[in-house]
Design a protein around this ligand. Structure first.
Ligand code: GDP
Ligand code: IMO
Ligand code: MG
Length: 427
């Protein structure tokens, strides 16, 4: 048995989908434990490209159990859109290979409207959310008025909880934001029908995962990345869940002592979608060139991703906060052809050198990245299938990550496909 977390080390879109799919071949169970359909995980199998948002990336194998844990926020309309899309692609999705926690919170139509409304209200201070209703749904969870999956599938409880929520949300929508109210009867009818569809998938997933872990291999698939964590990210420019490895225990109901390790997925450079600080951002043609070469456009929203140099400070922080046992470095192939490369190995703040993100965004804005420069490489790495085939200069670049962060690199990914993966050591 073994249980490993696969999670993003930066601001998301590091290649978690690809790496989870790659590692899932040797696993039995794949579990999502936080976030919602704000995630966009791309998995390429043969000449097919799948875009997953809520369904774990183990779904593309016939024999894996996929679990959506209690820490996830679930949009019933969106998940059935995703299930129908997968079935249309010939992928089997049944209550035999997909189970959903009865404790997961449900994203309701008013959450999506409130997400858009609060973003508009913030004006220049907007977060740049995916507008999927993630923040407002987690708000209700913390406020203790949320509707859980177990409530949704109980017609009586749902009708009652919906009544209260519609009343209070309509007051906010009309009186605070000046918007139209939502209609209780319409939501009740639509979501009662969705509840009938969801009911067969609903289980106590903590019990299931705990029992499976006794003799099977489990992967916990993170969404977003360490710096989008509600506590340790660049708050308030974060998502509303704990994206760090600590989120696994609470998000599935499994104690931390049952988890063997955490592999941090790190893109060979840095990207970010949405607003917020980004010390190594490249606002010039080089940033544009990396975006085009790496096809850095959001999987969920299509927005162009901001691009910049690799920030090893962020990776060091991910080792500390998430207890990373190793890194899987992705998209190293994208950097081919650049004469010189830079890695940020510290920030200068008020005359001192620091190797972590300060809590205050005012201080973070003052941080000046300290760079080390590296020679690039011209040859394509996309066809490399062993570490020996990687150019020497790329090896030096990778070694710097290990040296600075103190964590090993266990995998190097040289392209989006399953076979474009070089395993170097244990996770
Ligand atoms: P995720 O959210 O972390 O799963 O990442 P996304 O799927 O949003 O974005 C990563 C993108 O990079 C996807 O289009 C992947 O197919 C692609 N990708 C993953 N690994 C590699 C790699 O090593 N090289 C290249 N060129 N593309 C990769
Ligand atoms: P994956 O799993 C990159 C960002 C949004 C925004 C902030 C808050 O594909 O890596 P939210 O809708 O969650 O309230 O938005 O978080 N964000 C992501 N950025 N990858 C993601 O997921 C993201 N999910 C949310 O752009 O800045
Ligand atoms: Mg993504």
């Amino acid at each position: 048995m073994s249980a490993f977390v696969v999670l993003g080390s930066q601001w998301g879109d590091e290649g978690k989908g690809k790496m989870t799919d790659y590692l899932a071949e040797g696993a039995d169970v794949v579990v999502r434990y936080q976030g919602g359909n704000n995630a966009g995980h791309t998995v390429e199998v043969g000449d097919k490209k799948y875009k997953l948002h809520l369904i774990p990336s183990g779904i593309l194998y016939k024999d894996k159990l996929n679990v959506i844990g209690n820490g996830v926020v679930l949009d019933p309309e969106s998940i059935f859109g995703e299930i129908d899309y997968l079935i249309g692609e010939g992928v089997e999705v049944t209550p035999e290979n997909l189970v959903i926690s009865d404790r997961a919170h449900v994203i309701m139509p008013y959450h999506k409207i409130l997400d858009g409304a609060s973003e508009k209200f913030r004006g220049d201070n907007k977060i740049g959310t995916t507008k999927k209703g993630i923040g407002p749904c987690y708000t209700d969870k913390a406020e203790r008025c949320g509707i859980r999956v177990c409530d949704l599938i109980d017609n009586e409880v749902f009708a009652e909880k919906l009544k209260y929520n519609v009343e209070i949300k309509n007051a906010i929508l009309t009186k605070v934001y000046g918007l139209d109210p939502v209609n209780y009867d319409e939501i009740l009818e639509k979501y009662t029908a969705l509840a009938d569809r969801i009911r067969p998938f609903v289980k106590d997933t903590s019990v299931i995962v705990y029992n499976e872990m006794k003799n099977k291999k489990v992967l916990f698939e993170g969404a977003q990345g360490n710096l989008l964590d509600i506590d340790y990210g660049t708050y308030p420019y974060v998502t509303s869940s704990n994206t760090t490895a600590g989120g696994v225990s609470a998000g599935i109901g499994i104690g931390p002592t049952f988890i063997d390790g955490a592999v941090g997925i790190a893109k060979a450079y840095t990207t970010r979608v949405g607003e917020g600080p980004f010390p190594t951002e490249l606002l010039d043609e080089l940033g544009d060139a990396i975006r085009e070469k790496g096809f850095e456009y959001g999987t969920t929203t299509g927005r162009p991703r901001r691009c910049g140099w690799l920030d090893a400070v962020i990776l060091k922080q991910a080792v500390r906060v998430s207890g990373l046992t190793s890194f899987a470095v992705t998209k190293i192939d994208t950097l081919a052809g650049l004469e010189k490369l830079k890695i940020c190995v510290g920030y200068k703040l008020d005359g001192k050198v620091i190797d972590y993100h300060p809590a205050s965004l005012k201080d973070l804005a003052k941080c000046e990245p300290i760079y080390e420069e590296f020679d690039g490489w011209d040859e394509s790495i996309a066809d490399a299938r062993s570490y020996e085939e990687i150019p020497e200069t790329a090896k030096i670049y990778l070694k710097k990550i290990e040296e600075y962060t103190g964590a090993r690199i266990s995998i190097v990914s040289v392209g989006p496909k399953r076979d474009q993966t070089i395993k170097i050591g244990k996770l």
